[in-house]
Write a protein that binds this ligand. Sequence first.
Ligand code: NDP
Length: 449
Amino acid sequence: MTFKNEYLAKVYADVCKRNPNEPEFLQAVGEVLESLEPVVERRPDIVKAGVIDRLVEPERGIIFRVSWVDDAGNVQVNRGFRYQFNSAIGPYKGGIRLHPSVNASVIKFLGFEQIFKNSLTGLPIGGGKGGSDFDPKGKSDGEVMRFCQSFMTELCKHIGADTDVPAGDIGTGAREIGYMYGQYKRIRNEFTGVLTGKSISYGGSLARKEATGYGLCYFTQEMLAAAGKDFAGKTVVISGSGNVAIYAAEKATQLGAKVVAMSDSSGFIFDPAGVDLKVIKRLKEVERKRISEYPKEVPSATFTPGCSGIWGVKCDIALPCATQNEIDEESAKKLVANGCIAVAEGANMPSTPEAIAVFQSNGLLFGPAKAANAGGVATSALEMSQNSMRLSWTFEEVDAKLKDIMVNIYRNVAKAAADYGLEGNFAAGANIAGFLKVADAMMWQGVAY
Ligand code: NDP
């Protein structure tokens, strides 16, 4: 990573020195700092106030042991994390990832990105992220419950409805949030909106489950519309088959597109007739099975093992919705060669910097994660509002607010890019727009943190 600006080069060198062996975190920081070059040139007050030096260091990080007993009676030990990155504009907010690949680097990159994403929503939420290297796949409900209870036994000391409000992420769905909420309430004796992504029966918001995927499509639709295009009649490829992927597929289909491929970590399905979402939802949400089961029920489809092959499927629009760095330079070139016109990120940091460069140099519309997938956390903030007011909005009310938020995010991101001479570069626009609000709040609040 090279910077024209000396100050940013020094900040980045310090971050590298302080966080060795954390490649994902350094990638996320490097990408944001690069976009801030024109801001630093124009705003010496931000540099003088040390805003960027402070922003790259989490306000607080908690690492803890999570021990639990499996069904065979054996003691298991996992590691839990919560990085409370920035509270300048509101309580820390960000999901909990449960996946064997979780480590400090992954949680810090996610927490860092969350600062800017949450700022872009226009709602009062700071940035944080948590997780554990526990793998819920293949575990019984009892094992998942005991893990979640042990995880929350420590985490509950550090969170609260006005302090830090975690939510779901990879491996953490309604089941895990429910077990964690139950344990929080048991220990703290409080019924508050301390977690979002809850089930409807105890304070969840309608449309939260759908929000990230739907929001991704609302953002993409706005980005396409500004370029005189839309979803109708387009072929779409979506990686993943979890929460974000399923509801992105549902909304893209409602908007008139045909989703022809989806995946999980074992491989991808190709269904030229358009994926049957009823089957995907049952396999993934109810039966917790592998996507390779899909062609056994839908004869028009085929299954191919391996993750990256999905980017070789011809499409107009690609929506990566699985995990970080899933599109590398080679996959990006395949998308371009096959005539893809737009890529919008449902997952966090799914495209490598080299892949983004390929998209931008070939004139594709590129919707970065911080902007395009912000609908999930925005609707989580709407869940917090409903919990505080002790009322619930209808599905239509929440969905309409989500749509407004995503349209505004697109417009603010496009405007910030244009204001700083980077018209059409939505990745830079998202970083700049998200940053400026947080920077302003940090300057008002002084240098204590
Ligand atoms: P889920 O756990 O519901 O689904 C994740 C999907 O991605 C699964 O199909 C999973 O396959 C696949 N996947 C996960 N890890 C890998 C990997 N290392 N390689 C290949 N495939 C993988 O998670 P979500 O849908 O909630 O999250 C998906 C992405 O969206 C993440 O990047 C998350 O941070 C981001 N996101 C989620 C939000 C939300 O509201 N849930 C909000 C904003 C962003 P398998 O089952 O085989 O592991």
